[in-house]
Write a protein that binds this ligand. Structure first.
Ligand code: NAP
Length: 303
């Protein structure tokens, strides 16, 4: 059966935190969950934009400031937050010119991966149900993870390479988190998803003239924002969704279509590399997770 958001059960009494909640996919996720009765915390860096969206959207929506490019902002956000059911790590940047975060990380890796890694670690013992992390088809575009130079200090910066690296890291993080939660006997689950391709502001931040035409062009070849948000909503709400599966659209090279199991690169399934990325992420952010590290062993992953 094709999953659609109509199948989302009543979410009254459940709290979701959505990063980048006023972005293209974040808006769909926020309004859909709020319409099902959830309390949604919009975790965004521009409070005025977040408030404007919340005021025009039905439901119980709370606005909080979060800048994933600044670990102090991540800590302050986590300090203000209470218990939650689901964290949706959705915010992202793509193909931007070289920049560094407040903590000196390469910006795409810093926001897309390290900011969410820190946020999840700080919130983990308050998350009752699950974490959903948003990766991308582009995680398959790199053949090696330069674990000793994740911040592009000793190699030439590539916008698309940095994005692909950050999305590979996102997928590896989601899987390693699920593995560690499993081994710790925790009921909390960690899901990795991707939305396919959809016209959002993501493609218009390159600082080149292409920004003017990128979103309408993607609108011609991609799926709608509502369709792209389905994998996020499915993983965030389906009671029986398998966290060992990478969820995304299934048609036209996985750019569009119904949500189901979707392929991932062999690199993303390298358990030893995942553990090294985890250790490096803990070292870089100074955030230690409240779950025990695991021995290398058999890891169940569907794709
Ligand atoms: N659209 C696609 O085709 C596609 C494909 C594959 C994966 N994805 C993934 O889907 C997710 C959602 O992207 P989207 O397509 O909805 O793009 P979008 O419209 O550009 O939304 C991205 C959101 O992330 C926020 N963000 C960026 N930097 C941030 C920071 N430092 N702190 C907090 N929030 C920050 C943005 O807020 P500001 O406006 O304030 O910067 C924006 O709300 C991303 O993880 C993206 O990589 C999208």
């Amino acid at each position: 059966m094709t999953w659609t958001p109509d199948l989302i059960p009543d979410q009254q009494g459940r709290t979701f935190v959505v990063t980048g909640a006023y972005g293209g996919l974040g808006q769909v996720v926020t309004s859909t969950l709020a319409a099902r009765g959830a309390t949604v915390v919009m975790a965004c860096r521009d409070l005025d934009r977040a408030r404007a969206f919340a005021q025009n959207t039905d439901g119980d929506i709370v606005v909080e400031r979060l800048d994933l490019a600044d670990l102090e902002s991540v800590r302050q956000f986590a300090d203000r937050l209470g218990e939650l059911d689901v964290l949706i790590n959705n915010a992202g940047l793509m193909n931007i010119p070289f920049a560094r975060t407040a903590d000196g990380f390469e910006m795409q890796f810093g926001v897309n991966h390290l900011g969410h890694f820190a946020l999840t670690g700080l919130l983990l013992d308050r998350i009752a149900d699950r974490v959903v992390s948003v990766s991308s088809i582009s995680h398959k575009w790199i053949r090696a993870l330069y674990i000793d130079d994740l911040q592009f200090e000793r190699r030439r910066y590539s916008r698309s390479g940095a994005y692909a690296q950050s999305k590979l890291a996102t997928l590896m993080f989601a899987r390693e988190l699920q593995h560690r939660l499993d081994r710790a006997g925790s009921p909390t689950r960690s899901y990795a998803v991707h939305p396919g391709v959809a016209p959002t502001g993501l493609v218009a931040r390159t600082g080149t003239p292409l920004d003017l035409v990128a979103e309408p062009f993607i609108g011609l070849v991609g799926q709608s924002r509502a369709s792209a948000a389905r994998s996020l909503l499915f993983a965030a709400t389906d009671r029986d969704a398998d966290p060992a599966t990478y969820w995304g659209p299934t048609r036209l090279l996985h750019t569009r279509g119904p949500v189901a199991a979707t392929p991932s690169s062999s690199l993303s399934r390298d358990h030893a590399l995942r553990q090294r990325l985890w250790e490096e992420s803990e070292r870089a952010t100074g955030i230690s997770y409240p779950i025990a590290p695991t021995a290398t062993g058999t890891v169940h992953e569907a794709h």
